[in-house]
Design a protein. Structure first.
Length: 197
């Protein structure tokens, strides 16, 4: 057997398991992403302004309207659920969670975050280039940012938030892919999961 042969080395089962262990970083980074984003939401709802540029009133005044309640409920549920799903994919205690629902939550997180960040970036490009002066959704800067002529600081703050959503989507996609590979490796040829070590 050629120990230096890359083909044989790559096909060795231990190498596959080591590669999966190395991919576990995505779960921890995705969890950290959720913690930071949740902390920013608390900061913003307490009146913080950082991250919104020089807007005077960065959060919409929804008070207790139906959209505000639904948005608050979904956000409050999504953050801890997403963070726990990312950790469950890489932690031993996550083995007790059924594979399909956990994988569905991870892929859903990936899709929603990429859609939110990507749609906002495309909207911004359409507005900046003049192709669609009111963006993809027919909303002017006045509608979106409460300012018809936002400063560069405000625009770049909004773009940074969009990029952060995209980063989160990529992280959740990486966790989902890692968990999918990991769960396939953990199933024995007879279809039984081996006893956890």
């Amino acid at each position: 057997m050629c120990l230096g042969c890359p083909i044989r080395a790559a096909s060795h089962p231990d190498n596959g398991r080591n590669a999966l262990r190395q991919g576990a970083w995505a779960g921890y980074v995705a969890f950290a992403w959720v913690v930071v984003f949740f902390a920013f939401h608390i900061y913003w709802y307490l009146g913080g302004q950082f991250g919104f540029g020089d807007q005077t009133d960065p959060l919409p005044d929804w008070s207790w309207s139906a959209p505000a309640l639904v948005s608050s409920f979904v956000t409050t549920l999504a953050f801890p659920l997403g963070g726990l799903a990312a950790l469950a994919a890489v932690q031993p205690w996550g083995r007790g969670i059924p594979r399909s629902p956990l994988l569905a939550v991870l892929w859903l997180g990936c899709f929603v975050l990429l859609l939110r960040g990507g749609a906002s970036m495309v909207d911004e490009v359409a507005r900046v280039t003049g192709v669609l002066p009111d963006g993809l959704f027919g909303l002017s800067y006045e509608d979106v940012l409460n300012n018809g002529e936002p400063s560069g600081y405000t625009l770049w703050s909004a773009r940074a938030i969009d990029a952060y959503f995209i980063l989160g989507g990529l992280l959740f996609g990486a966790v989902a892919a890692y968990f999918r590979r990991k769960s396939r490796l953990s199933i024995s040829p007879k279809g039984h999961r081996p006893h956890p070590r």
